[in-house]
Design a protein around this ligand. Sequence first.
Ligand code: PMP
Length: 454
Amino acid sequence: MHELDTATLRKYDSDYLWHPFTQMSEWEGADNPVITHGEGSYLIDSDGNRYLDGVAALWTNVHGHCKKEINEAIKEQVDRLEHSTLLGLTNDRAALLAKRLVDIAPSGLCKVFYSDNGSTAVEIGVKMAFQYQMQQGKPGKTKFIAFDNAYHGDTVGSMSVGGIDIYHATYKPLLFPTIKAPSTYCYRCSLCEARDPKRCGMECLKELERLMEEHAPELAGLVIEPAVQGAGGMIVQPEGYLKKVRELCDRYDVLMVADEVAVGFGRTGAMFACAKAGITPDIMALSKGISAGYLPLAATLTTRKVYDAFWGEYAELKTFFHGHTFTGNPIACAAALANLDLFESERLLENLVPKIAYLKERLQGLLALPHVGDVRHEGMIGGIELVRDRESRDPYPWEERVGVRVCLEARKHGLFLRPLGNVIVVFPPLSISMDELKILMDGIEKSIVAITGE
Ligand code: PMP
């Protein structure tokens, strides 16, 4: 392939590319790294600079960049079949992966519906839950419970069940209305005085129960990010919370749609957050880690109960009329199969145990810094919330871009990070070594000190 120099690549990027979630007036003309290679936990730019990837290439990477076994599986598949269709045919990779997903999923999830990204995986879950209720003869059950600070993607349907104003407010007139339940954002809880996980009375759960009881006859489903609300700021749920949500869904005949797009595939230390919590949702959305971060692939898993509601004669119109062109793409499925093989052969979940303990300890240690207000931790996920004033929990004003500045500072220490407002995100490839994790946490600490002071 013809290699271009960095200046030309930056010019082409500035002239022709429109970046996601990016104010392009800040982007164009800046010296942004042009990534050309990946190696283990590192991304490498066109000038040969190496960046330790602290966010797993947008929360997707599992076994490191350019993992030999996955590369090989993809190369092999390309020479056999690049794409077919699941509309009228099936393919070997998609069928095998469906079986393997069901084998590892929380028990009771037994059918796999493929798509290409997290937003569609959730949107499919929403459509399935809605249609399920219709086909159960409950046409009044059309609404959804969604959570403050939730993020489920950027399509119109997945935005509708989101709850982050800066991303969603502009599009509000396009979105369907939902019933909003409070998030488990203990540090800034508006329902309880303590605002402390150790003294939490789970007022948020009581409010959820009240809402579900009030709206039960019109509720089709509840959409939730299990364990951690990701884009909302790595907001962790208290122990036992998910189990209670499952009980409420059962009590009020509401389908539970679990969005494991970010937390699925080992991120919480277990294969799936729902299984860790001892529950099975009615519908579970997966993406990101499914292909180890290699290729666009998503899956929405359902129980027999949901699947059976779509069974009938064609003329009954009970069919799930949904499907994208690249559904069940065999190259992506081959990458996913190699990913699952590596989970086993490298005993990935077992090897996470000491890393999770170390991450927890380092996050706790950051509370010694005067402008670290809160640290949140779950598995291989960390959120560090920076505040202007720790006593009052007064946030840094948005315009000061403190999170962005810390991440740019971290780049000087050879790290790639991306914040969520004032929250510094720690979300490395699961394969990161202990030494690399130490480098990552040291760099984050130094960068926070450099920007916010000792
Ligand atoms: N759900 C969750 C929990 C996510 O974190 C994301 C992506 N950050 C999505 C859905 C949307 O996934 P995608 O960007 O692949 O559409």
